[in-house]
Design a binder for this molecule. Structure first.
Ligand SMILES: Nc1ncnc2c1ncn2[C@@H]1O[C@H](COP(=O)(O)OP(=O)(O)OP(=O)(O)O)[C@@H](O)[C@H]1O
Length: 207
């Protein structure tokens, strides 16, 4: 369970998100909102990339007071990932596995099904946008996150890769990981019901 208490995110004087009290159970959520509503800001705040005021508790533990745990519990996948061009995919994967504390069979599985094995030995600067997106998704599944936050996970993926990704998401959810995903592109899961959250007037609402 996530509990938001006086959660407030602003840039300079501009408030983007403000929720006095809000709760979210484990699940798979589709986060909607118009351009600029605050979807990426919300995911980045939850994952520890952006600071925020107030607090968010995960199963009663404050994220603001436990920043290391926050980074282990929440993995964030960017909409348009960028990496240093001079690193290989494998160097990035080894680094993320190290900081996220654990190798991951799922990352290996995704590397295989996304047909990224040989690309991992190449420098990221040579990747197409779809390859960068696949690498980013592989990195996002590293470690043992309780929540995975995916910003536009489907963009630039080919049809087969979208199906693989959705199946992996379902399987991970059944194994205990929750998801929040933004997507301007509709998607359906085969066996798990997704719920929808909308950002309206700087607040998140379950609809
Ligand atoms: N680093 C930043 N510095 C200042 N303002 C920012 C920053 N990041 C986002 N914003 C502002 O916060 C607001 C929400 O942006 P955000 O990227 O979260 O929207 P979004 O819902 O993800 O939009 P989109 O659907 O276009 O991706 C926007 O007004 C944006 O200009």
């Amino acid at each position: 369970m996530l509990e938001f208490e006086s959660f407030h995110k602003k840039f300079k004087k501009e408030t983007v998100l403000q929720m006095d009290q809000w709760k979210l159970e484990e699940g798979i959520y589709w986060l909607k909102g118009e351009n600029g509503a605050g979807k990426s800001t919300f995911l980045k705040s939850l994952s520890g990339i952006f600071p925020f005021d107030g607090d968010v508790k995960l199963d009663g533990t404050s994220l603001r007071k436990n920043k290391l745990e926050q980074r282990r519990w929440f993995n964030y996948g960017e909409a348009e990932p960028t990496y240093p061009n001079f690193l290989t995919g494998q160097e990035l994967l080894s680094f993320v596995e190290d900081v996220k504390d654990g190798t991951n069979e799922l990352a290996f599985y995704l590397t295989t099904v996304f047909q990224m094995q040989s690309a991992l030995n190449e420098k990221v600067g040579t990747y197409s946008s779809g390859m960068k997106k696949k690498l980013s998704l592989i990195l996002t599944f590293c470690g043992s996150p309780k929540w995975i936050l995916l910003d536009e996970p489907l963009i630039t993926l080919d049809v087969a890769s979208v199906q693989v990704l959705l199946q992996v998401i379902e399987q991970m959810f059944l194994n205990g990981t929750s998801f929040i995903m933004t997507s301007h592109q509709p998607f359906t899961l085969e066996t798990v019901q997704t719920q929808t959250i909308e950002i309206k007037n700087k607040k998140l609402e379950l609809i």
